[in-house]
Design a protein around this ligand. Structure first.
Ligand SMILES: C[S@@+](CC[C@H](N)C(=O)[O-])C[C@H]1O[C@@H](n2cnc3c(N)ncnc32)[C@H](O)[C@@H]1O
Length: 214
């Protein structure tokens, strides 16, 4: 495989700049487009992660008592923002290169994040988290039930789940049926984001905040 080149992105949050490396030559990572597991969707920041990062920065109060995991973290932006707000953070993905770069991104922001290499389909960690973050990971109806299992199995008592997406039907429909079955309360927020993209610079990102009904 061609050498992976990285470039820095600077994300401006009110009163804080976050630097995140992403892959510059994504085409070099494309080896087999017919295999969904090999599509390098981890290598860039998706609008949903920017929306979730802004939401976390502006609305969540976190301390070192908060144990956070980001699932399908890719470059790790929302998890890193939780770390900047004071939480303990684990970045998780099934792609080892994504996790390497996400770990470097945490260090670039003076954070030590835990790194967890796990596939949702065989998720074996029994650790419980106060916050589970899922930014633009619920796009495949085949994979969503595995994420639902992780939400149920790996949430600490009183824990919360934060999901972001740019209005994906697969996300919305799965969450609606899952939360009713599992008795979760849900609030939905809309976060406007701007990306450096001349064709599609503005997005409305939907943020679902779920908590278990006690
Ligand atoms: C659309 S990308 C989103 C990346 C990042 N969360 C964001 O919003 O910028 C989907 C992410 O899920 C990860 N992923 C896909 N299938 C997975 C699986 N079966 N187990 C664990 N991670 C997976 C990918 O490697 C990628 O990082």
């Amino acid at each position: 495989m061609e050498e992976v080149k990285k470039k820095e992105m600077h994300i401006k949050l009110p009163g804080k700049d976050v630097t995140i490396q992403v892959v510059e030559n994504i085409e070099a990572l494309i080896t087999d487009l017919s295999d969904e597991d090999k599509v390098p969707c981890w290598a860039d920041i998706w609008p949903a992660s920017l929306g979730m990062a802004k939401f976390i920065w502006e609305h969540l109060l976190l301390t070192e008592d908060d144990n956070v995991i980001e699932l399908g973290a890719g470059m790790g932006l929302p998890g890193i923002v939780c770390g900047l707000k004071g939480a303990r953070v684990t970045l998780s993905d099934f792609n080892p290169l994504a996790l390497d770069i996400a770990g470097e991104n945490a260090r670039l922001n003076s954070l030590q994040a835990g790194l967890l290499l796990e596939d949702w389909r065989t998720f074996s960690s029994g650790e419980k988290y106060d916050w589970l973050l899922a930014s633009d990971v619920m796009y495949d109806p085949k994979l969503n039930p595995y994420l639902g299992e992780i939400f149920s199995n790996n949430i600490a008592p009183g824990g919360r789940i934060l999901v972001s997406h740019p209005w994906r039907k697969a996300t919305y429909e799965f969450l609606q049926s899952w939360r009713e079955k599992k008795y979760y309360n849900e609030e939905v927020f809309v976060q406007e984001v701007e990306m450096e993209d001349t064709l599609l610079p503005r997005y409305r990102i939907f943020i679902h905040l779920l908590r278990a009904l006690s």
